[in-house]
Design a protein around this ligand. Structure first.
Ligand SMILES: [Fe+2]
Ligand SMILES: [Fe+2]
Length: 186
């Protein structure tokens, strides 16, 4: 066994906690590059807002006999993306950052695009593309954070898992619609 104590001495931790009380949840033990994490989280927030808006649009615009199942999925996903946005914004404030909800530059900050789609199949395809982009970038964020900020990493892993479910839902919808022979243009 090493002579070095496993934990920083508790008195030191308590003193530092009191000294930096104005930093809220950010302690001196925070090992990540906070500015970079905040930037990544604000980009993820923009992604979630854009995804919410796109799913909302698809929910209201989906028509046709095959639209019922798709509409239900769009509504559910819109709500889940909204919840992701809230969780990310909450974490940003815990890290003493400012969640960027400004519509200005939203699409530039977002990883995925706001694509309307000309018909039901198109809409689902656009959603699948957006989910796949989110999956790739969120996975990169998780890898970047590593052990430096376990709370943010866990949150992003959690959100990533939901995006994988979303992609799976969209892919299944596409397969089903293919089976129904849904025309490419409605
Ligand atoms: Fe999401
Ligand atoms: Fe999603």
């Amino acid at each position: 066994m090493s002579d070095t104590p496993f934990l920083t001495d508790i008195e030191t931790i308590r003193r530092r906690a009191r000294e930096h009380i104005e930093n809220g949840a950010v302690t001196e033990g925070y090992r990540a590059d906070r500015e970079t994490v905040l930037k990544l989280l604000n980009e993820a927030l923009a992604t979630e807002i854009v995804c919410t808006l796109r799913y909302k649009f698809h929910y209201f615009m989906a028509t046709g006999i095959h639209a019922k199942t798709a509409k239900a999925e769009f509504a559910e996903h819109a709500q889940e993306e909204q919840e992701h946005a809230d969780r990310i914004a909450e974490r940003i404030t815990q890290l003493d950052g400012r969640p960027d909800f400004s519509p200005e530059g939203l699409l530039t900050r977002s990883h995925s695009q706001y694509a309307e789609g000309a018909n039901l199949v198109d809409m689902i395809r656009e959603d699948l593309v957006a989910e796949r982009i989110a999956i790739d970038t969120y996975r990169e964020i998780v890898q970047y954070i590593g052990d430096a900020d376990p709370t943010t990493r866990r949150m992003m892993e959690d959100i990533l898992a939901t995006e994988e479910e979303h992609a799976d839902d969209m892919s299944e919808l596409l397969d089903n619609l293919g089976g129904c022979g849904e025309p490419e243009t409605v």
